[in-house]
Design a protein around this ligand. Structure first.
Ligand SMILES: [Zn+2]
Length: 216
């Protein structure tokens, strides 16, 4: 195993622990993947808590989802299909994270996208977080529900299910998940204190202009 693969395996395990410790996933939920090469993806296995992942547990699949390498007793999640849709459609994206963070999932269940432009960092980093239509897990329905957002977004709510984020590397995908949940939590809290207040349009325009400055 080369150094890149070793480091990537460790990073995926580390991200799993963070997702778990932040309550973004319960029990064996959620999954994490990273593109290893043009034809290979490393993915977390099914049926295992992502808070207790170890590097050897990760499975290697190709872009069609066929298993290339897996230690005995470990296999990819059926939800890997939505990860592979990202890798197949977006060659510049190299990491995907799926979780069920509670605030974001509450909005996903309600069917409400996170589209209030309330604070500068969120506007610069992400803009609105749309809602991808409900699909049955493990079918092609969830991957298909992502189609409208590919190339435009790096974070979506999955209706009545959870959230999916992606990025140029797996750390960016993870940070997008943190920001998504933070945005959901802030939306909830501001609504509780009747304090939801969007930035004025001219301020939003300024922030959107900064996005290109930061190369986003
Ligand atoms: Zn899920």
């Amino acid at each position: 195993m080369n150094q890149k693969e070793q480091e990537l395996r460790l990073l995926i395990c580390d991200i799993g622990r963070n997702l778990f410790n932040k309550d973004f996933i319960a029990a064996n939920d959620g999954n994490i993947s990273a593109r290893l090469s043009e034809t290979e993806v490393l993915a977390s296995p099914t049926g295992i808590s992502k808070g207790y992942l170890q590097p050897h547990m990760l499975v290697k699949v190709n872009l069609q989802g066929e298993i290339l390498e897996a230690a005995e007793g470990y296999r990819p999640s059926t939800e890997v299909k939505m990860h592979l849709r990202i890798y197949n459609e977006l060659p510049e994206m190299n990491g995907v994270v799926h979780a069920h963070p509670p605030y974001a999932t509450a909005f996903a269940i309600k069917g409400e996208p996170l589209d209030k432009m309330m604070m500068p960092e969120s506007v610069i980093a992400m803009g609105d977080i749309p809602l991808a239509a409900y699909g049955t897990p493990s079918t092609e329905e969830i991957p298909d529900s992502l189609i409208p957002f590919l190339g435009r977004k790096t974070a979506v709510l999955l209706e009545s299910h959870g959230a999916l984020t992606w990025g140029k590397d797996v750390m960016s995908a993870y940070m997008n998940m943190e920001r998504l949940e933070y945005t959901a939590k802030l939306t909830f809290i501001t609504r509780m204190i009747k304090g939801e207040r969007e930035l004025p349009q001219n301020r939003i325009d300024e922030l959107v202009a900064l996005r290109s400055f930061y190369g986003m």
